[in-house]
Design a protein around this ligand. Structure first.
Ligand code: SF4
Ligand code: SF4
Length: 422
């Protein structure tokens, strides 16, 4: 029974957190959906268990340090939300709780340094590229890093693709049907810049002008999901200022970024920018959603080839934004492409932002299981809509020795336009 989560004591997050806690009737329907319950098998590592832990801490009945190990193990995958018959908005609880906990948690100097290194590099493409290149090249640098950082580096490809410069304005082909602004993403620009090139190619081919605002920054999701609200607010404000009003949509092609931008009203709750964030967030949409809504897309030529493609639902697309049908519909437009589902498709691949760094063992176990499930489909190609997922899948498929190509949905569509089935 909820007693009193004091909105005054917990600032602007008090009300949404109270609502989320109040809505939970402890039915347990979410347990089977939760990947960490599957991995760890403890009530404290279920959505229901974590809600109770957060409630007890917020009400002052439990020490924060007792709850943190279980809350840190939460992937933030939001698989618990669609599984919940009571409509608990778990996202309104876990990230705000982490933001509150961040100020109070006790961490040692090494852990502090690791966190600083992550937040100073990952959200900044140039720094991330320099750090990844240096660490990949120099074995002594690698061995000097904490074990958790090494786990992350092992996911990186053996060589990084060349950096690509995106034009600020990419004109529509033929008659202009729409104009959008694209978020280029941070890790994506380093790990697979071709995803942005494919996004621009598919959109412009279908009559959409794509602008890439120069002043944009990281979406802020990485910071927000580890409880660094100050940094998340900084990125959110930067993007509120950078993205123009005179576009039909703000398009994202990384599920985590899109989901993070939809959370700007919560990130900026109680600040002077909350109203601007409320106007901004509904204008953000994933590229698959934008293309699906645009409709009347150019036909993909029939290459005469047939290919099976497995589709992996990125959590922050399927659970975070409710986007499941649109990417599948886009892929099915390609003649000769047979779409297949992955068993236990609702389970996270273990990527989840910085989870590979923070919880390397659980992340590796989930990554291996997802790669095995992909292999079991027999498909030579797997599609997804999130750079974290594609990086995780690539690394774990490689470890299994599986010859499966990992592609973003828009890369497959772009290649289809060029005359290849996938
Ligand atoms: S399914 Fe929803 S209401 Fe039931 S225990 Fe889980 S979060 Fe609570
Ligand atoms: S966000 Fe994912 S890992 Fe966390 S409680 Fe919900 S289902 Fe479990």
């Amino acid at each position: 029974m909820l007693t009193d989560i004091d909105p005054q004591a917990h600032g602007p997050f008090g009300e949404p957190m109270t609502e989320a806690v109040r809505a939970c009737v402890h039915c347990g329907f979410c347990l089977a959906a939760c990947p960490t319950y599957g991995e760890l098998g403890q009530e404290a590592d279920t959505p229901r268990g974590r809600i109770v832990l957060m409630k007890e801490v917020l009400e002052g009945n439990l020490e924060l340090e007792a709850a943190l190990p279980h809350l840190d193990q939460c992937l933030g995958c939001l698989a618990c939300e669609p599984a919940c018959p009571s409509g608990v908005r778990y996202r309104d609880l876990i990230s705000p709780f982490r933001a509150l906990a961040q100020e109070k948690r006790r961490i040692g100097p090494l852990e502090k340094l690791r966190r600083r290194m992550v937040s100073a590099t990952l959200p900044h493409p140039a720094r991330f590229r320099a750090a990844a290149t240096m660490a990949k090249l120099a074995a002594p640098v690698r061995t000097a890093l904490p074990a958790k950082m090494r786990a992350m580096l092992e996911l990186l490809p053996s060589s990084l693709p060349a950096a690509q410069t995106l034009a600020e304005v990419n004109p529509a082909r033929g008659t202009r049907r729409a104009r959008v602004a694209l978020l280029a993403g941070c890790a994506q620009q380093v790990l697979d810049p071709d995803i942005n090139a494919a996004t621009i190619a598919v959109l412009t081919r279908n009559g959409v002008e794509v602008v890439v605002p120069k002043g944009q920054g990281c979406c802020g999701a990485l910071s927000w999901h580890v409880g660094d609200r100050e940094a998340a607010m900084g990125f959110a404000r930067q993007n509120l200022a950078a993205f123009p009003d005179d576009v039909d949509a703000i398009v994202t092609n990384a599920a985590g970024c899109g989901s993070g931008m939809h959370e700007y009203p919560l990130i900026l709750k109680g600040t002077a920018d909350e109203d601007a964030a409320r106007t901004f967030a509904p204008r953000v949409c994933d590229v698959s959603v934008f293309l699906d809504r645009l409709g009347d897309l150019e036909e993909v030529p029939d290459s005469g080839e047939t290919v099976r493609v497995a589709y992996h639902d990125a959590c922050h697309l399927s659970n975070g934004q409710g986007v499941r049908a649109e990417p599948r519909r886009l892929l099915k437009r390609i003649p000769g492409l047979e779409l297949v589902e992955i068993r236990h498709g609702h389970l996270c691949c273990g990527s989840a932002g910085t989870y590979n760094i923070d919880q390397p063992d659980i992340a590796a176990s989930l990554g291996r299981k997802k790669a095995e499930a992909v292999v079991a489909t027999g498909a030579p190609v797997v599609a997804s809509g999130n750079i974290g997922c594609t990086t995780q899948l690539q690394a774990h498929l490689l470890r299994l020795g599986a010859d499966v190509a990992v592609r973003h949905t828009v890369q497959i569509l772009r290649d289809g336009y060029r005359g290849g089935a996938a």
